[in-house]
Write a protein that binds this ligand. Structure first.
Ligand code: SF4
Ligand code: SF4
Ligand code: SF4
Length: 305
């Protein structure tokens, strides 16, 4: 019998699932080895089974479960608990699941403020949940804050090869490949030592010669651009140049902190100090937690520690 795979998404954008589909032809070989029992992006599947009237919803059993997205309201929580109950190995897929990701930016407001100011005043249809504010949790949580997970795979989205490599490793009962230390580790830019002493504006372009490879471009942090490579987990470019650096733009931190439990804001302040850059020149410090605001790192103003 083939091992069973189950996918779920919570407060998510579907980018993580699309990333796996983007794996292309090698995905077909992988899919031949497994049976997908639940995948809302691709399959119509009922969430209740008549024989389990005792459960609010019921999902199929699986050997490996992958959950993307943060946990923002009661429905997410119910689905997540059922995934945990049914999946032998649970993978938190993508930075929303591992660190709260973009959805956790809302943790800077209380739930009441979020509903009244942000959702109700927006141009988009807020949906029926606005009528039942108690369904919303007090903040957006990462998956591991609510249930234990066996594997955390950050990235917004994670590289398709990384997702496939982890599924392969679990299928083969191998060790899950270790994460790279930081984005800087695989960045080939030239380091010349301390450069700019203040952060330049976000929209400033880097200085580089477009006819020269990235390895001839000076490190963007040394150029005074807010590159979060030193405090961001690596892996987005495989063993090659990190993705944003290929486009000659700074890393924005989308793989979350290098260390489990790390704080990209505090770590970046230290990295700036080591590079002789004044952290007070950052216009929006909170943006350093744009991908990792769960675990209580972003809080409403009145609650900040
Ligand atoms: S991690 Fe990024 S790609 Fe994945 S669900 Fe969150 S926002 Fe979308
Ligand atoms: S700070 Fe940015 S540009 Fe500099 S080495 Fe690290 S990733 Fe590369
Ligand atoms: S360079 Fe940074 S922001 Fe860009 S994809 Fe890699 S981890 Fe994400």
């Amino acid at each position: 019998m083939k091992p069973k795979l189950s996918f779920e998404w919570l407060h998510a954008c579907s980018g993580c699932e699309i990333a796996l589909l983007n794996y292309g032809e090698p995905l077909l070989a992988l899919l031949n080895r497994v049976e997908i029992v639940h995948f809302p992006l691709l399959m119509d599947h009922k969430y209740t089974r008549p024989e389990r009237e005792d459960l609010p919803l019921s999902l199929p059993e699986a050997d490996i479960g992958l959950v993307s997205g943060g946990v923002a309201h009661q429905e997410h929580l119910t689905v997540l608990h059922e995934m945990r109950r049914q999946c032998r190995t649970l993978i938190a897929l993508g930075t929303c699941a591992t660190h709260g990701g973009i959805p956790a930016m809302r943790n800077q407001w209380s739930t009441a403020d979020t509903l009244q100011t942000v959702l109700a005043a927006g141009d988009t249809e807020p949906g029926p949940m606005l009528d039942e504010p108690s369904l919303f949790l007090d903040r957006v949580y990462s998956v591991d804050e609510k249930v234990p997970v066996e594997v955390s795979l950050p990235g917004c989205p994670p590289q398709p090869e990384l997702i496939a490599a982890i599924i392969e490793a679990l299928l083969n009962k191998d060790t899950v490949p270790p994460a790279n230390k930081s984005v800087c580790e695989t960045c080939p830019t030239l380091r010349k030592g301390k450069g700019q002493t203040t952060i330049r504006r976000f929209l400033d372009n880097a200085d580089y010669d477009r006819d020269q490879p990235v390895s001839r471009m000076r490190c963007l942090l040394e150029q005074g651009l807010l590159c979060m490579g030193p405090v961001t987990a690596g892996g987005c470019g495989g063993k090659d140049t990190p993705l944003c650096l290929r486009a000659r733009v700074p890393c924005r931190g989308c793989y979350g902190p290098v260390r489990p439990g790390g704080n990209q804001l505090l770590d970046m302040k230290n990295a700036l100090a080591s590079n002789g850059i004044d952290h007070r020149s950052i216009v929006d410090r909170k943006s350093l937690l744009r991908f990792s605001g769960a675990h209580g790192l972003i809080q409403p103003a009145g609650k900040r520690r």
